[in-house]
Design a protein around this ligand. Structure first.
Ligand SMILES: CC(C)(COP(=O)(O)OP(=O)(O)OC[C@H]1O[C@@H](n2cnc3c(N)ncnc32)[C@H](O)[C@@H]1OP(=O)(O)O)[C@@H](O)C(=O)NCCC(=O)NCCS
Length: 152
């Protein structure tokens, strides 16, 4: 990752850049973005009462955000410590395969360690081979598959 790029937690002034990447990420998943959800998410990241966070990879030379990771903590019956779900990871098309994705995952690992909740997990589409190239380097594939309630 070039020296001019830093990864840091989102701040109040980042809303526009975060929303830009978030909307690209939703479109990547064939979901139509809404301002309502974008704004609600950003408010939740800044609320210290809510254990949901986001970080950006920012090019200090241009001020542009090149990558985004969103993650949250939740209670579980399987451990006394919370687990961290790395929910969304996106690197701008122009900045891919330069190590940003790996660094964003590492950022979440470091934050999880600081919170003493080191269990970090995530899921991806079975056909997202590009993401899986990265994921097999920073973690391992579990045997679990995801189901959801029909119609919701
Ligand atoms: C998946 C994604 C986040 C990867 O980000 P990235 O910044 O390109 O990934 P990195 O450059 O950190 O790649 C990490 C490793 O995977 C390898 N890799 C990544 N993409 C690759 C590709 N297309 N071809 C070959 N190797 C690739 C890199 O060589 C690198 O290996 P190394 O660290 O040993 O050198 C990015 O492609 C993306 O945003 N895709 C669209 C959104 C998406 O799919 N998000 C995940 C949804 S779950």
């Amino acid at each position: 990752m070039p020296d001019s790029i830093i990864i840091r937690q989102v701040q109040e002034g980042d809303q526009r850049e975060w929303e830009r990447l978030w909307k690209l990420f939703q479109i990547f998943h064939n979901v139509t973005p809404t301002d309502e959800l974008s704004k609600a998410n950003f408010q939740r990241f800044l609320d210290p009462q809510i254990k949901m966070w986001a970080a950006l990879a920012i090019d200090l030379e241009t001020g542009k955000a090149l990558g985004m990771v969103n993650y949250f903590s939740h209670i579980t019956t399987w451990a006394t410590k919370d687990k961290i779900l790395l929910n969304d990871l996106y690197v701008d098309e122009t900045a891919r395969v330069r190590g940003l994705g790996r660094q964003l995952v590492q950022y979440v690992y470091d934050e999880a360690d600081k919170m003493n909740t080191p269990h970090v997990y995530w899921c991806t589409d079975y056909f997202n081979h590009r993401a899986q190239i990265l994921y097999t380097k920073v973690g391992y594939q579990t045997s679990r598959v995801i189901y959801r309630r029909t119609g919701h």
